[in-house]
Design a protein around this ligand. Structure first.
Ligand code: NAP
Length: 314
């Protein structure tokens, strides 16, 4: 008999049950059980765990685990908490997530290119003032991270007529995108872009990447969008760059602490747009279908999609 699949999360009960129902509907051949509802005998034989910020102590109580499949695309917390001998981790790679993120990148790029923060300010001050129009073709956008989400964002931006540059760890070639890598490549990108969009995973190498030094290399008057993880940007350095007038605006969807604490100065800063981690919410239906398909292939052939590289951290 096929062993059960464990659903291990730190979500609240309602959210966990909703995921269980969706996932169970997508994989009718599997027995999907919430970890808290599994008997010791079921825990002893479960070989696959589907997880969302799981408690590592729960995973340790599944001795036969061969595969951990995350419902999220970002897995920095999971990778930091799992022991070195943990089974392979597959993260969510979902075309619907990429589409949603590309849509958000385009929406907030338009927000900046069309000067919406300035018009909102002018309205509050009852100021009737037409600002110079900047065509998309003259508004340079840089995307940090050219993975599943970054590459989709580049395609959407390019299609909308923005000149696009990108930066990744290894050298890459994307049609119509000026691709850079390495520290020199990052400096070139930062110096040449009107808006920089961060879509990097959080790893030891990217933590604090956008610090005072690198923010200073951005073009004067440029804007920053962080849709990746809060700690990639040093918040105090960003505040200083905005207060000093070097940068014009920041759109932040992710923060060091979430929810953003009420006392954070980011909430009321006139040059910051705060979003509550909404740029690309996981679509339960498409995510369940992706996870189900990956598990079906694994059951049939033992093959896994690319797993998270422990050394790289993503
Ligand atoms: P991915 O496919 O793994 O791509 C990561 C990209 O970042 C790759 O191009 C990689 O370079 C590059 N990279 C990694 N470390 C780097 C470094 N040290 N220097 C330069 N480039 C580096 O990841 P993804 O699926 O696009 O997701 C990216 C992140 O988005 C996730 O980790 C998650 O934190 C975040 N996210 C946010 C939301 C939200 O709602 N705000 C939703 C989903 C995901 P190579 O190509 O050379 O490997």
């Amino acid at each position: 008999m096929t062993p059960p699949v464990a659903l291990v999360t730190r979500l609240d009960e309602t959210a966990e049950i909703a995921w269980q129902q969706r996932l169970a509907a997508a994989m009718p051949g599997e027995t999907l059980l919430r970890f808290s509802a599994m008997s010791p005998a079921q825990r002893d034989v479960a070989d696959i765990a589907i997880v969302a910020n799981p408690d590592p102590a729960d995973l340790a109580r599944l001795p036969r685990l061969r595969l951990v499949h995350s419902l999220w695309a970002g897995v920095e917390r999971l990778m930091a908490e799992l022991p070195p001998d943990a089974p392979p981790v597959v993260r969510l790679v979902d075309p619907e997530l990429s589409r949603t993120m590309a849509e958000a990148v385009l929406a907030w790029t338009y927000y900046l290119q069309r000067d919406m923060p300035a018009y909102a300010r002018q309205q509050r001050e009852k100021q009737w003032r037409q600002r110079p129009y900047r065509p998309a073709s003259g508004y340079h956008v840089g995307v940090l991270g050219l993975g599943e989400l970054g590459a989709a964002a580049c395609r959407a931006l390019k299609q909308a007529g923005f000149p696009v540059a990108g930066w990744s760890r290894s050298a890459k070639a994307l049609d119509g995108v000026h691709c850079h890598h390495g520290e020199v490549g990052l400096t070139t990108l930062l110096a040449g872009c009107d808006a920089v969009i961060c879509l990097l995973p959080l790893t030891p190498q990217t933590r604090g990447l956008l610090n005072a030094d690198r923010l200073a290399r951005m073009k004067t008057g440029a804007a920053l969008v962080n849709f990746a993880r809060g700690p990639v940007v040093v918040a105090d350095d960003l505040l200083a760059a905005l207060d000093g007038g070097h940068l014009s605006h920041a759109v932040l969807d992710v923060f060091d602490t979430e929810p953003l604490p009420p006392q954070s100065p980011l909430w009321e800063h006139p040059a910051i747009t705060v979003l509550p981690h909404v740029s690309a919410p996981t679509s339960p239906d498409s995510a369940a279908a992706v996870v189900a398909a990956n598990i079906a292939v694994y059951r049939r052939s033992g093959l896994l999609p690319p797993v998270v590289d422990r050394d790289r951290g993503y």
